[in-house]
Design a protein around this ligand. Sequence first.
Ligand code: GLC
Length: 455
Amino acid sequence: MKPIHEYRSVFSLNLLGWLPGLALAALLATPPLRAADASSEAKPVFDETPAQHNMLMQWWRQARFGMFIHWGIYSVPAHAEWYMNNGHVPREKYEQYAKQFDPVKFNADQWAQIAANAGMKYLVITSKHHDGFSMFNSAVTDYNVVKATPWGKDPLKALSQACRRHGVRFAVYYSIMDWHSPYQAAAHPDDTHPTYNPTHFVPGKKDDYIRYMKAQLKELVTQYHPAILWFDGGWMHGWTDADGREIFRYLRSLDPRLIINNRARGCGDYGTPEQHIPANGLPGQDWETCMTINNSWGYNATDDHFKSARRLIRNLIDIASKGGNYLLNVGPTSLGQIPQPEVDRLEAMGAWLKTNGRAIYGTRPGPFTQQPAWGRVTAKADRLYLEVFDWPSDGKLQLPAVPNREVTAAFLLAHPHRSGVSVSQGSDSITVNVPAEAPDSIASVVVLELKPTAR
Ligand code: GLC
């Protein structure tokens, strides 16, 4: 099997994305383009003013934590979502998995509840992955979950409704590359051993594909009212920045409040670093790190490399301290269940957030240019939240002074009324004296209240 990392490594750079004016970076980072594509300009289209963009992104910036769900008929062979390509499965053979897809244990309320309990504020599910199978009711293809499976139900309908009941915003992923489309051709066609990635348009069929795609996007917007359109697969040959911008415009005409990620190319509301946390965030733009909870997006029966709850909680904190969102993925089985080890980890994250959520939601990065050695810092209004990973053995946390601010109060977020935290302030440093015992073995939050220094 072809290692997926091959694509990932190229692509993760590409995800730094639409950065206005950084056309060069985009060019360097984009997978091999044909000459015609390379010449197209990489200008972001924002019909809105920065103030309108801020309005649009308001809930998203507050949210900080979302659930990614990769679910499709690839859960039947259970080798994750690239199986059709990496296993070199011919189209007709792959189609048979639809006939075996019968997720009798699927319960939309349970999924939405798992997300809500984890403290996740939005959820992004694959409506169509690279394999081209539509996981929603689509009038423009029979290759969809309602018509082509024995199950015959529409999980996006159920999930979009359940999300509303549980206070989680509903959103969809959509792959531009389509290994099943009659309008796209495999990179290396072969009757028995095809390799699809990267596809290209069948000559003369690009317009047909765009028509199909627009029809599906309209169905998604009007049937499920997603808060975000999360594109992927824009590296297929023949898809251009100009195409991305046209799709962006089209979607905004259908729903002006729709947030759109940067992977349709040419523009986008936020950057999407994949499987890593940028060392300094992505200054000047909104961004969201998407990450697997083990090493796979789609369900992979052999992958038990689950990240620890400690790692995941600290990732969320690290991301928030750099001004980003964390989109953490789960890969449900063909029976329709989110694997228990994934649920366990999400529960642990939810428990931490229940006590410490105020240090994450709606925060901005702390004011310091360097991350402290003991942990991370987030800020909100006149508060600093110190997320302490390594509790000090000498009882002292050191911080640089905050220009024009002094500390008026300090306490543990887990025990706001218990004393035991005190502060001494020098002209260029702050020392926070904390109790011997860390309130939380994964990350303890110390709150500092600030006020402007009297002159
Ligand atoms: C990559 C992969 C895809 C996955 C996505 C998530 O683009 O091709 O399988 O859905 O990343 O970010």
